[in-house]
Every structure is written in C-alpha cells, then in structure tokens.
Design a protein around this ligand. Sequence first.
Ligand code: LLP
Length: 418
Amino acid sequence: MTFNYQAEQLHAEQCSLERLAQQFGTPLFVYSQQAILRNWQQFAAHWPAPHKLCYAVKANSNLAILQLLARHGAGFDIVSGGELARVLQAGGRAQDVVFSGVGKSHDEIAYALEQGIGCFNVESAAELERINDIAAAHQVIAPVSLRVNPDVDAQTHPYIATGLKANKFGIAMRDAKAVALKGQALKHIHMRGLDCHIGSQILTASPFLDAADRMLALVQELRAEGVAIDHLDMGGGIGIPYQHESQPDIASYLHILQQKAAAVGGLTLLLEPGRAIVGNAGVLLTKVEYLKPGEDKNFLLVDAGMNDLIRPALYQAYHDIVPVRQASGAASALVDVVGPVCETGDFFGHARHLSAQQGDFLAIMNAGAYGFTMASNYNTRPRAAEVLVQGDQATLIREREVLEDLWKGERLLPEERT
Ligand code: LLP
C-alpha cells in the first residue's frame, strides 16, 4: 500500500503527508512514483511488443509524470495540440502519440503533422478530408485510424459514457465501411486501423470484450473490402475502486484481448489507459478551516474547493476522505466536507464520519486522475501545487499559482477621458 499510516501519521511511501502539507501548503496534490509505476507495470507486463500502451494525458498531464512514463516506454494518447506540446516538452516522441478528440482544429492537425504524429484517431468523414487537405499542403502522408462507435453500454456515469449511438463520439458502425473506403482513396491518408473508446470508470471486462468482438468483426469486413487494417486501438476506460467496488482484472482483460486479436491475425493492439495509471496514485491534501455546526447538518469547511477537484460536484463522484493524523483527539462526528467556493455543489463528501478540528489536515483519496487537470481558477483561486514522492524524497513538480498568474494577460481599460 502506497498511502498508509505509520505511527498514526498518513504517509505517501516514506513521506509524512503532514510534513508535506506544512512544507508546501494546502491544497496540495501529492503523487506516489511507486504507485504510478506499479500501475503502469500491471499493463506493461501483460502487453508485449509490438502492442503499445498510450497513456491518456488528460488524466494527469504534469510534465514530470509524462516524463516518468516516457522513461518507462509509454506512448501517449492526446486530445489537443496543447497535450502534444506537453508530451514533447516532457521528452516523449510524436511518433509514439495517437491524437484522439472529436473536434481537431486546422492548426492542431498541422502542428501534429509537422511533429510527425504516430496516428490520428479520426472521428468523422469531414475530419478525414480536412486531414487529407492539410497533409497535401505539407506534402506528407497522414497515418489515420477511424474511431468507430461500437454502440455498447459501458454501464458508467452518463457524462463519461462515450460508446453509445446517442454520444457525440466516433463514426457509426454502419458508416465505417464507407468512410474507410474514402480514406483508402485519399492520396494523403494512410489508413492504419480502427479505434474505439467506450467510456471511462468501467469496472467489468464485458463491455470492453463486447466492443472488441464488434471491432474485430469490422476489421475483417474492411479487410475483405481491400482496406489494410494493421492496428486496433481499444481506448482507455478501465476503472478503479473509489469506494467498495472490486478491482477489474487487468491481466485477464489484456490476455483475452490479445487472444481475440490473434484469432483475426496481423494486428498491433493499442490501449489508452489514463485513470488506471494515476487515479489511486494521488491524494489531495486539504486543511480544516472551520467546523460549522448547522441546524440539520454539521459542516467541515476545508481549504480545497471544487475548483481543485471537481469530480464530486460534476459526477457525484465518491472520494474517501481520511484524517492525515489519526486520533487527533477530536470526537468523531457526522459531517459534510465542503469547500470555500460560493456554490452549493462545492462539496467533497456528504455524511462522513470524521474526527477533525481546525487546522487538521485531511487527505482526499484517489485524486491522481482528473483532479489537477480539471482544476480551474473559479472564485479567483490559485491552483494547487503538486508534489511527486519517491521513497522519502519529495519533489515539487508544480509550484502553487500566485495571484498575479491569475490576471496575466488581462488589460485595464484606457484612462477615461474627462
Ligand atoms: N482515450 C480516450 C479517447 C478518452 O476520451 C479517454 C477519456 C481515455 C482514453 C482515458 O480514459 P480512462 O482510462 O482515464 O478512463 N473526467 C472524467 C473522465 C473523463 C474521461 C474522458 N475520456 C472523470 O473524472 O471521471
């Protein structure tokens, strides 16, 4: 266990979280290198070359984390030109990057081509034409895979389900053949493969395996039409336990996928895991500002807000909240843990049993994925600092924002004429 109590103090590896909170201030994201690499190995150990793992940058895009993963052989899945720039800045290679995303702009496509992107995951016939035109202007051939919507129910929160017909993502199954043949005919497109991504925080293998069956059938259909398909990207989406959910069996999912693909033959497989790599490797540390007894409820006001971690507000997501110092002396009470932002939705947990008093630190668990990357400056709050721990070493990997950062680029009006 990466986060555990030693002498009643919660630690990340060998670092006391109380000490980190005191040293770097709160709110503070703390990540464990050991946990990230252990999660990475859970995939890498069962995914022999030529198959590839492309870490989904949107889950946590801190340069140091991208650098760490690049050093361990990661490719990357990106959804914007900005994410590509981050990967390159962190020492990743463009050829190891797949570019997903439903609305790639002209400039993003041009930038990706200039850098030598590994593959575009194309979401529509119109995007295919746009990529072809830009590739022609650059006198290059664009490697392309078609993102198909396999129409399976991922059984997850509706905001993070992406593989149903009703979602905006991907090309409909019934149109895939026509778009693939079009791609085949376009001079500056190299049709490489197919991809899908059915959603996120999925806890059982069956939706993935249903999707794989449908995608493999399509591979065969397209090959019969003369489209050379040599890669299949099954996206990300493997969930983690936040509460009492059971951990999906990653090794067995990866093995079954490979068996299914081997039966069809000639396919390099790709996966785009995000949350499963970083989710449980990070916590958000926060300080108790006030205890506020209410008429119906008791509130524990903390210094982190929904601008730091929006998942509870946006998805009613559950995150465990634990005291950094056990047995602080305070009596256990039933509390709502809420932030300082002026929104009723600014909460981290309802009806939690916690014993804490003013000045105590709490850890909001499983905050490594979609925590900092979804943070904002709402209420003119500087974004938190980030620290990466390795053993007893803690490295500041992002400074806390200062107020001047927040109005950088804003302009006052000229003097008013009298
Ligand atoms: N590939 C594509 C094309 C994606 O859209 C995503 C996530 C991933 C890979 C990585 O999925 P993962 O392995 O992390 O589940 N903000 C939400 C999650 C949104 C996921 C969006 N797409 C949350 O906090 O739960």
